[in-house]
Design a binder for this molecule. Structure first.
Ligand code: C5P
Length: 219
C-alpha cells in the first residue's frame, strides 16, 4: 500500500475501556488496554488520515497529530463519538464499552459497616455506540466493529455485522495468551459484508491494524 493512501479521509476511532463510577471511590471496568485501537489510530495517521480518537481511561500515548478526546464513562464516550460522527468518512470501534453501568450511589464512599451480609448493585444498560452510529451511517461512511468472545465467535460476528450495520467485523477469541485484552499480538478473523470469514495469522497488533487500514484504503 502506498504511504499516504488515507490522505483526506476522516476517521473516528474509539479505544480502551470505559469506567463506570459507582460510589466516591469505586468503579466498574474491564481489562482493555487500548493497544489495538492505538495501533489502528497510528496506522491511519501514518497513512495520511485525519484521526479523531475517543479514548477511555488508560489509553496509551498517541502522536500529537491525532486529535485525542479523553473520556471516562460509556455515556460520555457515546456523546463525544456521536457529536463527531457526521463529519467522518469511517469509524473503527475498538473500544471495550461497558454494556451496563451500576446505578451510582453519589460522591460519598459506601460504608461497609451498613452491609455486613453483603449487598446488591443494580445495573442499567448503556447505549451501543457502534450500533447507534452504524445504523444511522450515510452513504459513503464505512464502519468497522470488533467482536471479542470466549466462544461462538463466528455466529457472534455474523450477528453483529447485521445488527450494528457494520461493513466489517474483526473478531478475536479472548482468554488465550496470544490475542485479546492487553496482549501485544492478536489472532483475528475478519468478516466483511457480503464476504466469507477470513482468518489472519497471529500478528503484532500494529500489523493487524495495518491490514485493517489496507481494507479501508481499498474502499
Ligand atoms: O455487542 P458487543 O459489545 O460484543 O460488540 C462489540 C463491538 O461493539 C465493538 O466494536 C465495540 O466497540 C462496540 N460497542 C460499542 N458500544 C457499546 C458496546 C459495544 O460501540 N456499548
Amino acid at each position: 500500500a502506498s504511504a499516504q493512501d488515507m490522505q483526506g479521509r476522516r476517521v473516528l476511532v474509539t479505544l480502551g475501556p470505559t469506567r463506570e463510577q459507582w460510589d466516591g471511590v469505586r468503579y466498574w471496568t474491564n481489562p482493555s488496554s487500548g493497544t489495538m485501537g492505538a495501533a489502528v489510530a497510528v496506522a491511519l495517521w501514518l497513512r495520511g488520515a485525519e484521526v479523531q480518537a475517543v479514548c477511555g481511561p488508560g489509553t496509551p500515548w498517541l502522536p500529537m497529530g491525532i486529535a485525542r478526546h479523553d473520556v471516562t464513562g460509556a455515556r460520555q464516550m457515546f456523546d463525544v463519538a456521536n457529536a463527531l460522527w457526521d463529519a467522518m468518512d469511517a469509524g473503527v470501534f475498538t473500544a471495550a464499552v461497558a454494556d451496563f453501568s451500576p446505578v451510582p450511589l453519589g460522591p460519598e464512599k459506601f460504608k461497609k459497616a451498613g452491609a455486613q451480609d453483603g449487598f446488591s448493585v443494580a445495573f442499567t444498560p448503556n447505549p451501543d455506540i457502534l450500533a447507534t452510529l452504524g445504523n444511522r451511517k450515510r452513504d459513503g461512511q464505512t464502519v468497522v466493529g470488533f467482536a471479542a468472545e470466549t466462544s461462538g465467535l463466528a455466529e457472534s460476528m455474523a450477528r453483529k455485522l447485521v445488527a450494528k450495520n457494520a461493513d466489517m467485523i474483526v473478531g478475536n477469541l479472548v482468554g488465550g495468551t496470544d490475542a485479546g485484552f492487553g496482549s501485544a499480538t492478536n489472532r483475528v478473523t475478519v468478516l466483511a459484508k457480503g464476504g466469507e470469514p477470513e482468518e489472519w495469522p497471529v500478528l503484532p497488533k500494529p500489523d493487524v491494524a495495518w491490514r485493517i487500514v489496507d481494507w479501508l484504503a481499498r474502499r
